[in-house]
Write a protein that binds this ligand. Structure first.
Ligand code: PGA
Length: 251
């Protein structure tokens, strides 16, 4: 009942022309492919080009970040309204690289999700523990704190389109994928926490993705887990053959 999502996060990679080439290749190979929802997230500078390539397709567009304010004197920032007008349906909020490299707190992520939902865009909330936190046995506490803080003050009705991505920081860009049992444990904990906060109906409908070194070789095993409803793919989303193999994991 939860349709799987495969989302590609291009991070700070690809010029508009390179984005066009990659997405053109995806579109060609995914005509009428409706087994999963497909999302791509290029950098801001490639959104207009991506929107042009994807407009007549089912592949959806996500931004990698947003500013929490509606508009104003925030040099270098981009608002939710601008993202919507650029063709985005989704916004990634609280990616660990933003939390760790750009000091984004749960409080800030909360404000960003508010800006996103107020504009009718859909948030992909990223959560995940660092290696040190995992080794101290704090994984669940960290996930609970990130979810509670990022979603504080929201009503169930605000979160009908929410997607959560469990991305253990130690697995991102390291080639070290979490064992599928560990990935499942994280996703299961997230769902149970959402259940206590927002009730079983919403928690059972929210799609929870795993992210961290997802590749063609491990996607099938990850997707076989009960609480993993898809993947947020970084490095492997930059090569069309790899991303296509991940999208078509059940073939
Ligand atoms: P990775 O990145 O697949 O390169 O590990 C995942 C992510 O950061 O979303």
């Amino acid at each position: 009942m939860r349709k799987p999502i495969i989302a590609g996060n291009h991070k700070m990679n690809l010029t508009p022309l390179q984005t066009r080439n990659l997405l053109t290749e995806l579109v060609k190979n995914l005509i009428d492919y409706d087994q999963v929802e497909i999302i791509v997230s290029p950098p801001f500078t490639s959104l207009a080009m991506a929107d042009e390539v994807l407009r007549a397709t089912d592949i959806q567009l996500a931004a990698q970040n947003v500013h929490q304010a509606a508009q104003g004197a925030y040099t270098g920032e981009v608002s939710a309204k601008m993202l919507k007008a650029s063709g985005c349906q989704w916004v990634i909020c609280g990616h660990s690289e933003r939390r760790n490299l750009f000091q984004e707190s749960n409080e800030l992520v909360n404000k960003k999700i508010r800006a996103v939902t107020a504009m009718g865009l859909k948030p992909i909330l990223c959560v995940g523990e660092t290696l040190a936190e995992r080794e101290l046995g704090q994984t669940n506490q960290v996930l609970a704190r990130q979810i509670s803080g990022s979603l504080q003050g929201f009503q169930q009705s605000d979160l009908l389109e929410l997607v959560v991505a469990y991305e253990p920081v130690w697995a991102i860009g390291t080639g070290k994928t979490a064992a599928s049992a560990d990935a499942e444990a994280g996703c299961q904990f997230i769902r149970s926490h959402l259940k206590t906060q927002f009730g079983p109906k919403l928690a059972d409908s929210i799609r929870i993705l795993y992210g961290g070194s997802v590749k063609p070789g491990n996607i099938k095993e990850l997707m076989a887990e009960k609480n993993i409803d898809g993947a947020l793919v970084g490095g492997a989303s930059l090569k069309s053959a790899d991303f296509l193999a991940i999208v078509k994991y059940h073939e």
